[in-house]
Design a protein around this ligand. Structure first.
Ligand SMILES: NC(=O)c1ccc[n+]([C@@H]2O[C@H](COP(=O)([O-])OP(=O)(O)OC[C@H]3O[C@@H](n4cnc5c(N)ncnc54)[C@H](OP(=O)(O)O)[C@@H]3O)[C@@H](O)[C@H]2O)c1
Length: 238
């Protein structure tokens, strides 16, 4: 397969890149850091790279002919910044998170979707955070809830073009993104475990991939509570 992965220089994206290249697939790894991409290319001759900022649409590179005809297009890049003081709302911080987690996906769709082959699959890496309003997650949660909605609508609209869509909802994964968290992260898994779950789900052609299953089960149970109850619980976990 020919696979494009954004956010390939770190965490889940890097683990997916290494796993797919290791299995003999051609991977186009996208990232912002030329050094990290060069390091990644040392891992396998099956890894090609594109270095650019996903939030800067004017500087999206044109694909070489050997980079088109994609089987899998994985929008994984993302970031998390918390809204620490909701009263003094930081709109710039909100904008930064929405830009990388949501708007850059729209840019990517405009730029690359035409390069996905009929029978190919688009993958959006969202988050289990879309399930529940979490403290300080105004920006991150809103971006991921919107991304999951986008994934489901695209699944309806792209089916007639023989394109499938999978939305991924990980729980906590041990990556540079979560290293910044100062709270306990229940049932956290490694990037390699996350990548294995995603690959397994994609191999099965699943519309949605959510893991770890016990964590997702608890999140879904909590989501069934009246919001007034959840608000009281959420306040206690800040
Ligand atoms: N870790 C978790 O617990 C968790 C849980 C649920 C969902 N997710 C989602 O999984 C995805 C991957 O997260 P991760 O934990 O693997 O994070 P990570 O280790 O911080 O990796 C994020 C990747 O996105 C890239 N990126 C960020 N901003 C970019 C930009 N403007 N242009 C191009 N690339 C950019 C980063 O590149 P640089 O190295 O250049 O910064 C990096 O390669 C994210 O969408 C995240 O929201 C993660």
């Amino acid at each position: 397969m020919r696979i494009m992965i954004t956010g390939a220089t770190s965490g889940i994206g890097k683990a997916l890149t290494v796993a797919y290249a290791g299995a003999g697939h051609q991977v186009i790894a996208c990232g912002r850091s030329a050094d990290k991409l060069d390091e990644l290319k040392q891992e396998s001759s099956h890894i090609d790279s594109l270095c650019f900022d996903l939030t800067d649409f004017d500087n999206y590179p044109n694909l070489a002919s050997e980079q088109t005809g994609l089987d899998l297009l994985i929008f994984n890049a993302g970031d998390c910044e918390y809204i620490d003081d909701a009263l003094n709302f930081d709109a710039k911080r909100f904008e930064r998170v929405i830009n990388i987690n949501l708007i850059s996906v729209a840019y990517g769709l405009q730029a690359w979707l035409k390069h996905l082959k009929p029978g190919g699959r688009l993958v959006l890496v969202s988050s289990s955070a879309r399930l529940l309003p979490l403290p300080r997650a105004e920006a991150y949660g809103a971006s991921k809830a919107a991304l999951s909605y986008l994934g489901r609508t695209l699944a309806i609209d792209l089916e007639k073009h023989q394109l499938a869509v999978t939305t991924v909802h990980p729980g906590f994964v041990d990556t540079p993104l979560t290293e910044r968290n100062t709270f306990t992260m229940p049932m956290i898994v490694s990037s390699e475990q996350a990548a294995a779950k995603i690959i397994q789900g994609l191999d099965k052609g699943l519309d949605e991939i959510s893991f770890p299953s016990v964590f997702i089960f608890f999140m879904k149970c909590l989501r069934c509570l009246p919001f007034s109850w959840w608000r009281k619980i959420a306040k206690r976990i800040v």
